[in-house]
Design a binder for this molecule. Structure first.
Ligand SMILES: CC(=O)N[C@H]1[C@@H](OP(=O)(O)OP(=O)(O)OC[C@H]2O[C@@H](n3ccc(=O)[nH]c3=O)[C@H](O)[C@@H]2O)O[C@H](CO)[C@@H](O)[C@@H]1O[C@H](C)C(=O)N[C@@H](C)C(=O)N[C@H](CCC(=O)O)C(=O)O
Ligand SMILES: Nc1ncnc2c1ncn2[C@@H]1O[C@H](COP(=O)(O)OP(=O)(O)OP(=O)(O)O)[C@@H](O)[C@H]1O
Length: 515
């Protein structure tokens, strides 16, 4: 693969990004590789200087053979290389990466999910349906894993929910070259904030819900910015699927309408209601038939002609418990039908879907039922704990939870509030403390708990906290290990420290208690 300097210049000019280019005669006017990490740059490559960049990275890239660089300013370390100075390196990197990898998006039907909660779950549901419907030709880019081809070695752990643009287009190219025809992906608000998906258009964009989250010095300055970034997915999608029960529906519908015709916008809801005078009627309604601690059954009705023209109508079983997962499954059924899946494929896909670290459970003989779930903010913990309480109103609810360091600081108050509302006992512990002291984080959560309602213990060693919670539980109790899901690391002082996962820890403890 290669890219001519002339193509680079044209692309940058088309998007009014180019400030200046310096192309020494001695440099071959094309590159055969691109990189944003000096450790990955190779002979005759273009190096992007971005983010918390240091000039010595350019020196290192050059030593590894880089012949060109792109940055928001000129660097003396780049003298003698071809240099492209741009106004926005993240936008430039997205455009150049798409071109370098031959615009792989043009060969994929792309479904993208955004929302505060449910992106990963809905993506897994959709991927499981489309895997069958497309004869295993559907790729998945999720927070947990990326699947870029049909072979087992083409599945690997993700570092980000939405990868850097260069990695995104690289992986799309691999997917297309591996025979993939469809892609299901998550688009985080950060992806728009950081222009990781700049210039990318989606066949279907789904907006699941929005509640305050990801607000802080390293993420979004305020809620308006968070919402604005999320809305961009709809502006960049041909067909939009919207949860009509989300907050801010009017703004969300307006964003969808900016670039999609009303016939390409689908609304779904559980309740029978007319959202507002300004909005059309709901296209799909769903009804919970049965929802217990192991599975749920729901019916999905098409209520408008355009909805009836799809294959999403039906009665479905969902292997993942939690009534909140029904709305994720509805979104998956509608989007999969837009991608051509039949009703039986949707039914099979939902009935057999598995999402690592979401509602995993362990039934014990003397210590109740243990759930490991990724719920890690007020809204998701409320959804989880209210569901469990509804299922077993008399059970004692014991929760093990922590809050990450250096991000999502508002979650700490949210945890305090939700524990007060639903928990009987709480063990406050570590969850990716980063560069912060986990004890201080736990104390901050604790400051928001009403101690007349919840018995609180602070134990920053997560394994010990889980052991104490299980020891404190009796036969009919519920133990919730929240926040880490299937995460096999604890981020401590900038290092991903291996951690066996909450469920593995719980199983070991239960085995020990039974021995
Ligand atoms: C704010 C943000 O988008 N940060 C991301 C960004 O950081 P950055 O550009 O500053 O990169 P950096 O790692 O500080 O290093 C600067 C540059 O020097 C390069 N470098 C570094 C060392 C070296 O020896 N040589 C070298 O060239 C790096 O490759 C990089 O290009 O690019 C890095 C990859 O190049 C990402 O790892 C990093 O994500 C950080 C760690 C992160 O956690 N971001 C979170 C907030 C995030 O994006 N989360 C959302 C999900 C949120 C949600 O759930 O809704 C996501 O999409 O994952
Ligand atoms: N539709 C929903 N509404 C509320 N809570 C939900 C919903 N779907 C899932 N959850 C809860 O949120 C947790 C995270 O779900 P999931 O990983 O699917 O969301 P996400 O949007 O990918 O999250 P994140 O952006 O934090 O990675 C689940 O473990 C569950 O507890």
């Amino acid at each position: 693969m290669q890219l001519q300097f002339a193509e680079i210049t044209n692309l940058l000019n088309e998007h009014q990004l180019l400030v200046k280019s310096v192309i020494p005669d001695a440099v071959t006017p094309q590159v055969s590789a691109i990189a944003y990490d000096s450790r990955k740059s190779s002979a005759n490559s273009l190096f992007f200087c971005k983010g918390a960049f240091k000039p010595e990275y350019l020196t290192a890239a050059r030593q590894n053979g880089a012949s060109a660089y792109m940055a928001e300013q000129e660097f003396t370390e780049g003298a003698g290389l071809a240099g492209f100075v741009v106004t926005d390196i993240q936008k430039a990197m997205a455009l150049i990466s798409a071109a370098f990898y031959g615009f792989p998006q043009n060969d994929l039907f792309i479904i993208a999910y955004t929302g505060t909660k449910g992106k990963t779950t809905s993506s897994y549901f959709t991927h499981n349906i489309l895997k069958t419907a497309t004869n295993n030709q559907t790729a998945l880019f999720s927070t947990i894993d990326r699947i870029v081809g049909p072979r087992p070695e083409q599945e690997f752990k993700s570092h980000l929910t939405t990868p850097e643009s260069l990695d995104l287009f690289h992986d799309m190219r691999t997917a297309v070259d591996s025979g993939m025809t469809h892609l299901v992906m998550e688009v985080s608000s950060q992806a728009y904030k950081k222009n990781r998906v700049y210039g990318l258009h989606f066949d279907v964009g789904v907006f699941l819900n929005i509640t305050p989250d990801h607000i802080g010095p390293t993420e979004h300055p305020n809620f308006a910015d968070y919402l604005h970034c999320k809305l961009q997915l709809l502006v960049n999608s041909r067909i939009c699927v919207l949860n009509a029960e989300t907050d801010h529906l009017n703004e969300i519908y307006r964003a969808a309408q900016a670039t999609s015709q009303p016939e390409d916008i689908y609304l779904f809801a559980k309740q029978d209601f007319q959202p507002s005078q300004a909005l059309p009627t709901i296209d799909f309604r769903y009804q919970s038939e049965e929802a217990d601690l192991t599975a749920s059954q729901f019916k999905l009705y098409a209520r408008t002609n355009k909805a009836r023209a799809l294959t999403a109508n039906g009665q479905y079983e969902l292997s993942l418990p939690g009534n909140f997962n029904e709305s994720n499954a509805v979104a998956a059924a509608i989007t999969a039908s837009l991608a051509g899946a039949t009703t039986p494929a949707i039914a099979t896909g939902l009935a057999t879907a598995y999402v690592p670290g979401r509602m995993e459970s362990l039934q014990t003989s003397n210590h109740g039922t243990i759930y490991a779930d990724y719920a890690h903010n007020y809204a998701s913990m409320k959804a989880l704990l209210s569901f469990l309480e509804g299922q077993q109103p008399d059970a004692k609810v014991i929760v093990v939870v922590g809050s990450p360091g250096n991000k999502g600081v508002s979650r700490r108050a949210g945890f305090g509030k939700v524990l007060t509302e639903y928990a009987d006992v709480a063990f406050l512990t570590a969850d990716d403390p980063g560069f912060e002291d986990p004890l201080k984080i736990a104390q901050e959560i604790d400051a928001h708990i009403d101690h007349s309602k919840v018995k609180v213990t602070i134990e920053v060693d997560r394994k010990k906290a889980i052991a104490a919670a299980i020891a404190a539980s009796a036969t009919n109790d519920i133990v919730v290990l929240a926040g880490k899901g299937d995460d096999a690391f604890q981020k401590v002082n900038g290092v991903d420290t291996p951690y066996p996962t909450d469920m593995v820890v719980a199983k070991e403890i239960v085995r020990g208690l039974q021995a």
